[in-house]
Design a protein around this ligand. Structure first.
Ligand SMILES: Cc1cc2nc3c(=O)[nH]c(=O)nc-3n(C[C@H](O)[C@H](O)[C@H](O)COP(=O)(O)OP(=O)(O)OC[C@H]3O[C@@H](n4cnc5c(N)ncnc54)[C@H](O)[C@@H]3O)c2cc1C
Length: 320
């Protein structure tokens, strides 16, 4: 039995992608190198669009050929199944990467940041210039688009706290801007961004702050995280959201699951909410551990753990 992908991209459609995007469209492209876990099967086509016009073309092709669209950032919160992702996968990590200063008001600098900008890049850029507000994100990887989708954050804050406006590209309805008061942000949750929309850019309002003080605080937070988190092996950070009133990691630890393995994946001994790719794991190894933890924690404590990691793609298609 061999494992094959069931790509739906016809040769005529490949030609159209090639004409429009050149080497920015890659067919049957393995996704493992593009995601933090380093696991997962291929995308039928992985595209790196540069403009909203290109997004409109992709949206049109998606509708015409019934091809689903999946957006990925840097895959630091994404588990791609071993069969890969059918349809069109978009990455804007190398393209929507402008950071612009819009102006200053009441001791705050307003900036516009592309959805593909990586969080550490934005943090360093802001700290160098004396723009505060982003120190909470020290040590958090991924793109700003992925960070807004997840409302990523730490005990020091989250992106929803500093966002003032954003532009979403909706694959059905096109681009639209939203003011902060039209949006709701909660714990690893927000109201408007779905799998059918892409964060094109975000405006932040950043209060003036001292670069040296911020640098020291960034270093302190990064050290604090390194002391608690297993950063030597690939992971997606916290696997489960903290249920109301509980720490997910503590529940996993109390269930006696630290160090449990499935194939090449392991529940970290250092931080029980991290599942690591310890040794050439497959996505199915990680998924097995996720399901095992959910079932053990539920049977021991009656608490249903919700996955924070976004799982996409399909199981391998078996060919005889
Ligand atoms: C070591 C480690 C530590 C971490 N620590 C933290 C932490 O402290 N706090 C925290 O909140 N998270 C943490 N994470 C998780 C992760 O870094 C964040 O969730 C991050 O925001 C994901 O960004 P990404 O670009 O990698 O998104 P991806 O993982 O690629 O995608 C995540 C989701 O966002 C969507 N998405 C990505 N880009 C866009 C876009 N432009 N428009 C619309 N949707 C988009 C994807 O479709 C997917 O559903 C950690 C991860 C690791 C590996």
């Amino acid at each position: 039995m061999s494992i094959a992908s069931s790509s739906k991209i016809s040769s005529d459609l490949r030609k159209q992608f090639n004409e429009r995007f050149g080497n920015r469209a890659r067919f049957d492209e393995p996704l493992a190198p593009y995601v933090a876990y380093g696991v997962g099967g291929p995308a039928d086509v992985l595209v790196f669009p540069k403009t909203e016009d290109e997004l409109s073309w992709i949206a049109h092709i998606s509708r015409e050929h019934s091809l689903p669209i999946t957006t990925i950032g840097t895959g630091t919160n994404l588990l791609v199944r071993d069969g890969g992702i059918r349809g069109i996968v978009l990455s804007i990590r190398d393209t929507f990467t402008d950071i612009q200063i819009l102006g200053k008001e009441d001791g705050c600098t307003k900036i516009r940041c592309g959805g593909g900008v990586e969080k550490p890049t934005l943090l360093n850029w802001a700290v160098e210039r004396g723009y505060g507000g982003l120190v909470f994100s020290s040590g958090v990887p991924g793109t700003i688009g992925g960070g807004i989708f997840m409302n990523a954050g730490t005990k020091y804050g989250c992106y929803g706290d500093i966002l003032t406006r954003l532009r979403l590209f909706d694959f059905e309805a096109g681009g639209r801007e939203y003011a902060r008061n039209e949006l709701h942000f909660g714990y690893r949750h927000q109201s408007h961004i779905t799998a059918k929309t892409l964060v094109a850019w975000v405006d932040f309002s950043l209060p003036d702050a001292d670069p040296a003080e911020m640098r020291a605080e960034v270093e302190r937070i990064i050290e604090e995280r390194a002391a608690k988190q297993p950063l030597d092996y690939p992971s997606c950070g916290s696997t489960f959201k903290n249920p109301e009133g509980f720490s997910a990691g503590r529940l996993v630890e109390k269930a006696g699951l630290k160090g449990r393995r499935s194939g090449g994946a392991e529940i970290s001994n250092k931080h029980a909410n991290f599942i690591l790719n310890k040794d050439r794991a497959r996505a199915s190894d990680i998924l097995d551990l996720i399901q095992m933890v959910q079932s053990e924690v539920y049977s021991k404590f009656g608490v249903q753990l919700e996955c924070e990691v976004v799982v996409v793609g399909e199981e391998p298609y078996a060919q005889n």
